[in-house]
Ligand binder design. Structure first.
Ligand SMILES: Nc1nc2c(ncn2[C@@H]2O[C@H](COP(=O)(O)OP(=O)(O)OP(=O)(O)O)[C@@H](O)[C@H]2O)c(=O)[nH]1
Ligand SMILES: [Mg+2]
Length: 422
């Protein structure tokens, strides 16, 4: 890792098959992170599987099932750098069955590239991903209008898609002035690393320029450590190695840490990043580390690691403001869907709907409503069915947002107002 450039986590989001993995493969290829002969090998494998055209996507889609089906299932991380930044790219699945993996990806990212296929326009998971990105704290969005080759690089088609996407961004109150729109072909390489002759009507930034011009995230290094655990491995010679992305604060060897809600702790012995041992790590870093005395069964995905003297909060109940995106009927007291917060997935009961909120003004529209439905914003009191570590968004925004899922779809997303500990 080049120490002199700031680091960014960048999520690639959008509807299934719109070309996210192909775009990432293309970016890695153009920035010299993947050599040509590897793309050639992928091309042969893709053709053998009857999946010709997936050679760039195969750079990211490493699972056998992903290659057979030609879809991304789990999030995948890859690194590359531009003149300005060192990027960790998080390629998200677009298929509706795998939105839960997308939520983890989006919650790890600072900024995002939204991929929208020019021949398809805004599709269901374009909407769902944009809504989630907004609520999960993505700052800036670059919109790649992809597959321009399929629509003969027509400016009119591009403009139609841009206007559809702008409407969507306005709906979820994403600042469209900040969003950069770019006509691209991930497959052919138009406007990715070099300006394309096929779109001579376009004079805006090309993708690599837009990536360079993203604002540097302000790392919350001064805050207390919060490190949601994504996985726990056993590695020979080291022992138990939890891995995750540091959301806030610093992790140093020698620190005394606590994992919540598992409620165990110890001293940090080693920290590893990009296969190298490091003495400390900071917000945005994806790390694996080892803690004295902690075994594989003591901790799990969804735990949050923090300082022993200021351990992560565990909620008996919490209050939150939510926005309902879609629900087939209505939400009433007692509803128990699954809440996805950082890397945790826990069934939680909406104990009471305390107030309906006017989404445009933020003011109370109705106290204690009987129900809420699609499009409503509300204040609710929530009781997790299992211990859940979560923080008020006003104190630690990185650990204060969540998505609510039920029946295979995202029902709502929200932010934590207050946490009541047992
Ligand atoms: N013609 C053309 N085809 C493209 C382009 N980008 C992607 N494709 C094709 O679209 C198909 C899907 O591409 P992927 O990159 O797997 O799409 P994805 O968005 O990652 O899909 P999921 O991860 O499953 O959501 C593949 O056949 C690609 O070759 C493009 O710019 N032009
Ligand atoms: Mg993909």
């Amino acid at each position: 890792m080049s120490e002199d450039k700031p680091h960014q986590n960048l999520a690639i989001i959008g509807h299934v098959d719109h070309g996210k993995s192909t775009l990432v493969g293309r970016l890695l290829y153009e920035t010299g992170s993947v050599p040509e002969h590897v793309i050639e090998q992928h091309k042969e494998e893709a053709e053998e599987k009857g999946k010709g055209g997936f050679e760039f996507a195969y750079v990211m889609d490493n699972l056998a099932e992903e290659r057979e089906r030609g879809v991304t299932i789990d999030i995948a991380h890859q690194e590359f750098d531009t003149d300005e930044y060192y990027f960790t790219i998080v390629d998200c699945p677009g298929h509706r069955d795998f939105v839960k993996n997308m939520i983890t990806g989006a919650s790890q990212a600072d900024n995002a590239v939204l991929v929208v296929a020019a021949d398809d326009g805004v599709a269901p998971q374009t909407q769902e991903h944009v809504f989630l990105a907004r609520t999960l704290g993505i700052n800036e969005l670059i919109v790649g209008v992809n597959k321009m080759d399929v629509v003969d690089y027509k400016e009119s088609t591009y403009k139609e898609v841009v206007s559809e996407v702008k409407d969507l961004l306005n709906q979820v109150q994403f600042n469209t002035d900040d969003a950069e729109f770019i006509p691209i072909s991930a497959f052919e390489g138009d406007n990715i690393a070099e300006r394309s002759d096929n779109t001579d009507w376009y004079d805006g930034e090309i993708l690599l320029e837009a990536l360079n011009n993203l604002q540097a995230p302000e790392p919350p290094t001064e805050a207390d450590l919060r490190l949601p655990i994504q996985d726990v491995y056993t590695i020979s010679g080291i022992g138990t190695v939890p891995v995750g992305r540091i959301e806030t604060g610093m992790l140093n060897t020698g620190d005394n840490v606590s994992f919540q809600p598992s409620d165990v702790g110890g001293e940090v012995k080693t920290i590893e990043m990009h296969h190298e041992e490091v003495p400390k790590a900071e917000p945005g870093d994806n790390v694996g580390f080892n803690v004295r005395g902690i075994g594989k069964d003591d901790i799990r995905r969804g735990d949050v690691c923090g300082p022993a003297d200021d351990p992560p909060s565990v909620a008996e109940t919490f209050t939150a403001q939510i926005v309902v995106m879609q629900h087939p009927s209505v939400i009433t007291d007692g509803y128990t869907p699954v809440f996805h917060a950082h890397t945790a997935q826990v069934a939680c009961t909406i104990e009471s709907i305390d107030a309906k909120i006017d989404p445009s003004s933020g003011e109370v529209a109705e106290e204690n409503p009987d129900f809420i439905q699609s499009g409503d914003a509300a204040k609710v009191t929530v009781r997790p069915q299992k211990p859940l570590s979560i923080e008020p968004a006003s104190e630690i925004p990185e650990l204060g947002s969540f998505a609510i899922r039920d029946m295979g779809q995202t029902i709502a997303a929200g932010q934590v107002l207050s946490v009541n500990e047992p």
